[in-house]
Design a protein around this ligand. Structure first.
Ligand code: ASP
Length: 327
């Protein structure tokens, strides 16, 4: 049956209002008592700006992966978050960035790990997904691939911030006191990883994550953020997830994929699947952090087991939320 022009226009409008997005800016020991009203407002402003931008792209009918990348780029550009500018320092005083993206419709995925000179790691992850036969590229190889494909290269010092330098000094002092040379679990020193999950007007769900990893990481340590299944996963038949937290636990417990699997094979709701993994499995294991997740109906879940998680969402009905602490 041929739809009339008016019916076609109504269908297009309907599709475009059926979009939704959730973002995070990291989970950790984020306490209201250690926050100033100015700092809190600054975080909320960037989160609101990013989530609204992503939502408007989705409403325009742009693809989910475009909305994810453009949203994350706003967070990578802000010095407040541990991704791009504002990334944490490695033990050697540099920045090594990780990012990944996955499309829930065609199950394509792309990731970069340990890159130092790519201005936008999430853009590079998209490039790996779209323009290479691979899923994950690392280090100098990833940088050459990005450069050959026209992505902007920068000096590593572009990502410097004084706030993260002080965090490095604190963690190094703790490491010196620790018997194994590694120090204790980090709370305030690594929060700020960013991620986005979206439902686009074609009904596809997409997830992306970008991070500087953990403060004072060394020996080429890579966390969960660029690992498909651990920090990022998407499957139209279940959900799309972006994680943040102590990466080693998220890798070992395959967190993002496990949430999707519980929906797919156990028939759990998005809320129940995400909550079980974050607030039971990870808590029992001692893994701190949280996730944002969306399903193909546009349901959103944002559970975390730490004191706070920077987060924001725009639901299918257009309701905007921006939050930091529990409740
Ligand atoms: N998950 C990141 C990592 O382990 C850090 C974070 O999300 O805070 O590299």
């Amino acid at each position: 049956m041929q739809l009339s022009n008016a019916a076609q226009a109504a269908e297009t409008l309907q599709k475009k209002s059926n979009v939704a997005i959730a973002i995070h800016g990291g989970a950790g020991t984020i306490l209201k008592s250690s926050m100033t009203p100015q700092k809190e407002a600054a975080y909320k402003n960037v989160l609101a700006k990013a989530v609204k931008h992503g939502y408007s792209l989705l409403q325009e009918g742009r693809k989910g992966e475009v909305a994810v990348v453009e949203t994350i780029k706003i967070l990578e550009t802000s010095p407040l978050f541990n991704a791009g500018i504002g990334a944490v320092y490695t033990f050697d005083g540099e920045h090594e960035l990780d990012a990944s993206i996955m499309h829930g419709g065609n199950k394509n995925a792309g990731a970069v790990a340990g890159v130092k000179t790519i201005r936008s790691p999430i853009e590079a992850a998209l490039l790996v997904m779209n323009e290479s036969p691979h899923v994950m590229l690392s280090g100098e190889g990833a940088e050459s691939f990005a450069e050959e494909n026209g992505l902007e290269q920068v000096e590593n010092t572009v990502f410097d911030t004084e706030f993260r330098k002080q965090a490095l000094d604190r963690v190094k002092a703790r490491m010196q006191q620790a018997s194994n040379g590694y120090g204790t679990q980090q709370g305030n020193e690594r929060f700020g990883t960013v991620g986005a999950v979206v439902l686009d007007s074609e009904g596809n769900i997409v997830a992306g994550t970008s991070t500087g990893g953990m403060t004072a990481k060394r020996y080429g340590r890579i966390g969960d953020s660029p690992v498909i299944g651990a920090g990022t996963f998407a499957d139209n038949e279940s959900c799309a997830v972006s994680a943040t937290g102590h990466g080693e636990y998220f890798i070992r417990y395959n967190v993002a994929a496990d949430i999707c699997a519980r929906m797919k094979y156990q028939g759990l709701t998005l809320d129940d699947a995400a909550n079980t993994v974050v607030n039971e499995v990870l808590v029992n294991a001692g893994g701190e952090g949280g996730v944002i997740a969306i399903d193909s109906k546009g349901n959103i879940a944002m559970p975390f087991n730490s004191a706070g998680m920077y987060r924001a969402s725009v639901s299918k009905g257009g309701k905007v939320t921006v939050a930091i602490y529990k409740n």
